[in-house]
Design a protein around this ligand. Structure first.
Ligand code: ARG
Length: 396
């Protein structure tokens, strides 16, 4: 099989394998989005008098059918295709004949991949924030279930102030909701239409309507000038992965608390057997591996973020094939985050507090006592603090 850019001399098989790398399989998830963008592009070509109606109908019908067949698993992007964009044009042309060769007028895979990625990331963002909200809701349910369960509040891992399960869970819920909100800010970077920038320098000699594809695909603006488009690749990715990392760090810190609360020494929390795993040697053990792996996941997200930043740093302007490498860490972090957010609500719903094991040091109310003294007697806080400290020392 040859590629659409092949012009005679065959590509060395080893070079194909190296340059396509994992790209052909990574592009699987972009197929539906590439089709949507390709149809918008073809419609715009018709409106500009650059494509005949019959050809547009054939392209639209062919791409739609290819999309449906792909969604049903009837075909996949193959290594010799190099990537998803090429696979689609090849299959389209096989299906509808020479009209398939008209769809690529005024575009390049360089703007095509950005359009497909932005459309995909728009959906991924919504899935991620919905996953985060579901975790926050599970925390709020936990707080409501354990409305009256007191907890010590810790600073320096020492009992500090009285707290409660709703207060503990509510803090995480609020931060995770905030992370979900922050994720949505990435829409700003994703809202720019890259189509029409083609390889990165526009389409001299061709009257394209970038506003028309903008409108059809729901982008907020046309990305201008054309040279900005390739410079922006990797930035929405980095911003998204930053927020994913922050989100997974919050989720990981929640897991760290749960793991502490599950220890024999704390014993605050009980996990049902179905949510713990066993040991191959110690018959008595039930392990909270689920929460440990949740805790560990933020490391991968952070590494993916660093990889994305490092790939783009110091690249000269214009398209560079390095940019293809962004997809692996991007998809990896998104998949891990969705998987983590997906399991967490069920785990939180399964968790209960063992009130009989939760003991608050009586001295935990010391700050409250000092505050009350100030309110009652109008003395400086420092004096009240000393009085309460002296009393505690005397009684201790
Ligand atoms: N797979 C490529 C990427 O993700 C698509 C663009 C390829 N462009 C090229 N000129 N080889 O960057």
């Amino acid at each position: 099989m040859s590629r659409l850019w092949d012009k005679g001399a065959p590509l060395d098989e080893r070079v194909l394998r190296f340059t396509a790398g994992e790209d052909f399989s990574l592009d699987e998830r972009l197929i539906a989005y590439d089709i949507r963008a390709s149809i918008a592009h073809a419609e715009m070509l018709l409106e500009q008098g650059l494509l005949a109606r019959a050809d547009l109908e054939a392209i639209r019908g062919g791409l739609t059918a290819l999309g449906q067949a792909h969604a049903q698993g009837q075909w996949h992007v193959e290594l010799p295709d190099e990537d998803g964009h090429t696979a689609l044009e090849r299959r389209l042309t096989e299906r509808i004949g020479p009209a398939g060769g008209r769809v690529h007028l005024g575009r390049s895979r360089n703007d095509q991949v950005l359009a497909a990625l932005r459309l995909y990331l728009r959906d991924a963002l919504e899935d991620l924030s919905a996953g985060a909200i579901a975790v926050a809701q599970a925390l709020e349910r936990l707080g409501a279930r354990e409305q009256t369960t007191a907890l010590p509040g810790y600073t320096h891992m020492q009992q500090a102030m009285p707290s409660s399960v709703p207060l503990w869970a509510g803090g995480f819920a609020a931060e995770i909701r905030d992370d979900a909100e922050a994720l949505r800010h990435v829409h700003r970077r994703l809202g720019r239409n890259p189509l029409g920038s083609a390889a990165g320098y526009g389409t001299p000699g061709l009257p394209l309507d970038r506003e028309a594809t903008r409108e059809k695909l729901g982008f907020a603006s046309v990305q201008e000038p054309v040279t900005a488009v390739q410079l922006s690749r990797g930035k929405a990715e980095a911003e998204l992965l930053f927020h994913v990392t922050i989100l997974l760090q919050d989720v990981g810190r929640l897991a760290a608390d749960v793991l502490l609360f599950c220890t024999e020494e704390f014993g605050f929390v009980r996990l049902p057997e179905a949510f713990t795993t066993g040991s191959s040697i110690m018959p008595q053990k039930r392990n909270p591996d689920l929460f440990e792996l949740i805790r560990g996941r933020s490391a991968t997200a952070q590494a993916c973020l660093l990889e994305v930043l490092a790939i783009c740093a110091k690249l000269p302007s214009g398209y560079q094939r390095d940019l293809q490498l962004l997809k692996f860490p991007l998809f990896r972090a998104i998949d891990l985050a969705l998987e983590t957010l997906g399991i967490l609500p069920a785990a939180l719903d399964a968790l209960s507090f063992r009130t009989e094991r939760i003991r608050l040091d009586p001295a935990i109310h010391a700050a409250e006592e000092a505050n009350r003294l100030v309110v009652r007697e109008g003395i400086p806080f420092r004096e009240a603090y000393r009085r309460v400290a002296a009393k505690l020392k005397g009684s201790g």
